[in-house]
Design a protein around this ligand. Sequence first.
Ligand code: XMP
Length: 182
Amino acid sequence: MEADIDHVLFSREDIARRVSEMASDIARTYHDEEDVGLTLVTILSGSLIFLADLIRELPMRMKIGLITVSSYPGKSTSSQGARVLQELNTDVTGRHVLVVDDILDTGNTLRYVCGQLREAEPASIRTCVLLRKPSKAPPDVQADFVGFDIDDVFVVGYGLDYDDHYRNFPHIGVLHERVYAS
Ligand code: XMP
């Protein structure tokens, strides 16, 4: 697996440090809103490790909602458009919603998911991404909490995949071009 990684961008220690800082920001933001109820809506599958680490750093009451969206099916390294594979499994009407995603790239996924969520009339919607590609993220799709900004490279590890592999690589690294060129 490691032979397919061109170079590591963020080590597991870098990620742990940043996730902890993000959790502090998030906890501060929702400090006075706990009575309404917070639901973290997580976009699977890429966000699963991020979610697991993030929620253990968040000291408040919350529910977890899951929605499965695929934008990069199989061996794609460019977005094929957001497609819901599994609908959201909880009602968010009247609740504060924090959407958790692994990466904000073209913005198609967050735009689609936030649009769906708005129909349920939640109390608020905010978004949280571990990674963002500022050169590609469109102006109409903003993230309220961002872990790291990165260049337009295809990254894997810490939950992010290529053809469903490399999710278990503990760091975030740039996938070697020869893997998807072949
Ligand atoms: P969009 O383009 O909709 O992308 O903002 C969001 C979803 O696409 C996947 N994605 C990636 N997955 N390396 C990956 O492993 C990448 O560089 C990458 N860029 C986008 C990801 O699932 C994300 O939720």
